[in-house]
Design a protein. Structure first.
Length: 472
């Protein structure tokens, strides 16, 4: 099912071997930014398989934890929302209090791509390096591409976190919830799912429904579920005391969701406290009936040791009183979330990592998502330390995409004006024309600041600057 097409601004043509903006990642943030840039007619390219994490790494038949109003991909057109898609297709939908099926979201995302981001290069970026003219991307199919600006929008794909005790287990005995969309491979085996959040409950329900023997192990004393929506309790006083936002209820969540630019200006210790207050695991309210009375849970247990013996995994668990027990199973799935670490992005050169995030796991960003390297931007979960917990959620794309797209438009427009002025002056004086790199003079004109603001010089490397490319 698709929404009828409408007229949108035409895209500027792009060279097969060069573009103004390259977006690495075709998840909610990358697609949303591309939709806004396309609407402005800006020459951009998106790399990666669309919604690959959602299509290949989330349990089948799951439901989104976020409400319908907070599950949109962002584009500057009212017909781009999930609600509009469901209305046309007569699919059950409500902005709040109605779980959105993953399959519904994926159908909506496919429609969104066809209409607002029709040109996606499904190749993965294997390396990104900096050169004198901007950046050079090498693709996994052997092609290379030059780009003046690069936006890293890789989502959570590279950031799966496994606790240290489980890291001691041999390959094949432990995996991450990110690795499993189906339960088939675990039939006839005993599986322990470690964690107490939505990843753990989604995975455990998927396994249980497939007939797998599964139990949940967590250090939390109880599995926390989001509150069941109750329209009768949603009084004016309640809405004042606990205002709703796209990332949860309460004034702290409302501030983080509504004022990310103000959050960016907070001292780092305050930002860290705000982020940590939103990092506790919680499952969707609708998951409770799938767990309680169906999936055994060993809660309030810390994993003291994990080892393999005789083809089985032995987990030594310790509770708050110090009591110890050993749980034997065939496989452990770490549903322990994701921790952004820029150095886990295998396509980033070591030189770029050292420049943008010296002695840190995340890159400090300007209020326009720019790293210490001019022209290199980061959006999505990897921007959480600069813009707060909003970046953990799909809802954050509704801020990040239009905000960065507007800046890139100003930057590129200013560079074009400056280049035209250079050409006019050169022609008038009989001198040769100097080509101004987009973002060089334009950066200062667009922002009122000098360039580069961090003073970082391009990295010299051995990557060729003359590689060719074939058409898509």
């Amino acid at each position: 099912m698709d929404i009828p097409d409408t007229s949108h601004p035409p895209l500027k043509s792009s060279s097969a071997s060069a573009c103004e903006v390259a977006i690495i990642g075709a998840g909610p943030y990358g697609l949303s930014l591309a939709a806004h840039l396309n609407a402005k007619g800006i020459d951009c390219r998106v790399f990666g398989k669309p919604l690959s994490t959602w299509n290949a790494h989330m349990p089948r038949n799951m439901f989104l934890k976020s409400d319908g109003f907070a599950s949109n991909l962002s584009a500057p057109f009212p017909e781009s929302t999930l609600g509009a898609f469901c209305a046309v297709g007569r699919i059950a939908y409500a902005p709040q209090g109605f779980p959105i099926a993953l399959d519904t979201f994926l159908e909506y995302a496919d429609s969104f791509c066809r209409r607002f981001v029709p040109r996606i290069d499904k190749s993965d970026v294997s390396s990104l390096t900096q050169d004198a003219d901007g950046f050079r991307l090498a693709l996994d199919d052997g092609r290379t591409l030059a780009a003046r600006n690069v936006v890293v929008a890789t989502g959570i794909t590279h950031f799966a976190y496994t606790p240290a005790p489980l890291g001691a287990l041999p390959e094949g005995a432990v995996s991450h919830s990110f690795d499993h969309r189906k339960a088939d491979k675990f039939l006839g085996r005993d599986v322990a799912v470690v964690g107490a959040g939505s990843s753990a409950t989604d995975t455990a329900i998927m396994l249980h429904d497939a007939g797998v023997s599964v139990r949940i192990v967590a250090r939390a004393p109880a599995i926390e579920y989001n509150s069941i929506p109750d329209p009768d309790a949603d009084s004016l006083l309640y809405r004042i005391q606990r205002p709703a936002s796209g990332i949860g209820r309460g004034w702290r969540s409302y501030f983080c969701a509504s004022a990310p630019l103000l959050f960016h200006k907070l001292p780092e210790p305050m930002r860290r406290r705000a982020i940590m207050s939103h990092m506790h695991p919680a499952a969707g309210w609708f998951m409770q009936e799938g767990i309680e009375g169906r999936v055994p849970c060993l809660l309030g247990r810390q994993i003291a040791e994990a080892k393999e013996s005789g083809g089985r995994v032995l987990l030594t668990l310790k509770d708050s009183s110090g009591s110890v027990e050993v749980l034997a199973c065939d496989h452990v799935i770490a549903a322990t979330g994701y921790r952004p670490d820029i150095r886990k992005l295998s396509f980033l050169s070591r030189d770029l990592c050292d420049l943008i995030a010296p002695a840190r796991t995340t890159a400090p960003l300007t209020d326009r998502f720019e790293t210490r390297v001019p022209g290199l931007f980061v959006i999505g979960p990897a921007a959480i330390d600069s813009f707060g917990p909003l970046m953990r959620f799909m809802y954050g794309a509704e801020f990040a995409a239009p905000h960065l797209a507007a800046f890139l438009e100003r930057k590129l427009s200013a560079a074009s004006r400056q280049q035209a002025a250079w050409a006019q002056n050169a022609n008038g004086n009989g001198k040769s024309v100097r080509t101004v790199r987009a973002g060089e003079r334009g950066e200062a004109e667009a922002t009122g600041r000098g360039r580069p603001h961090y003073g970082v010089k391009p990295v010299r490397n051995s990557a060729p600057t003359h590689a060719t490319s074939v058409c898509d």
